[in-house]
Design a protein around this ligand. Sequence first.
Ligand SMILES: C[S@@+](CC[C@H](N)C(=O)[O-])C[C@H]1O[C@@H](n2cnc3c(N)ncnc32)[C@H](O)[C@@H]1O
Length: 264
Amino acid sequence: MTEHNAAPAAALQRLSALLLAAERAQAREHRDGYLDLLGDSAVPSPGGGQDLMHTGLVPLIYERWWRPALGRVAKGALGPSMQDEHRIAIELLELGAGDLVLDVACGPGNFTRRFGARVGARGLAVGLDGSQTMLARAVADTRALAGRGADNVAYVRGDAAELPFKARSFDAVCCFAALNMMAQPFAAIDAMTRVLKRGARIALFTSCARGPAPRSLLQGVVGAASGMTVFGRDELTGALAARGFQDVTQRVAGITQFVGGRRG
Ligand SMILES: C[S@@+](CC[C@H](N)C(=O)[O-])C[C@H]1O[C@@H](n2cnc3c(N)ncnc32)[C@H](O)[C@@H]1O
């Protein structure tokens, strides 16, 4: 591990304790400061939208420019700001001191770090992503904020569709701006359900079909251009209800939706 990107050993140890035994046995600490469970493998990609996340450039500009700009287009001029999104996530997750929270498809850790600050020293915020370049950025940026949750934030490289954690490990699971670019979004929802404790909360932010065009037409255009999924208006709320979630809520903004629920 390089001195520059060394992650706090205590945070990685606490993360390691949450892993399934087989995953823990094969986990190796990457020199960029995260636990790597994939090695030379890559998460399956449905197309160009996700492929961009593995480049060197996008993680560099992601938090400051890329995500706010694309988010504004997708959420609409009057939709929630990035600041609002952080608040919405924390509210949907009901995050408090001491919670164990998993940020699935965490990118450069732009939400994970906030969660770390919120859960405090007794809690732990774990960011999981499939992209090496995103995770290197997440560790470096978290380290730069040492003292604001960095000791209780840890990152792991893995596949959202096959989460490597023991069942019922987390008090809250977040997945923002990512289900739409996954090859197997419903397998990821199954995996998130498995790792949540009973009564624990989930928060999702992703695409939502709106307007006069039928969803199949939107999906055809968006899917062909980027490989991304446009979810139907009731598809995710229905998916959570079908998996036994209670208190399922939805807030639609532009062509996006925030969905929350509590595991039954
Ligand atoms: C647009 S970023 C979202 C980052 C952050 N959650 C946010 O809201 O800004 C999407 C991330 O999903 C990750 N991703 C996509 N499919 C994945 C999978 N199957 N497993 C893990 N990460 C995945 C990509 O590597 C990328 O970093």
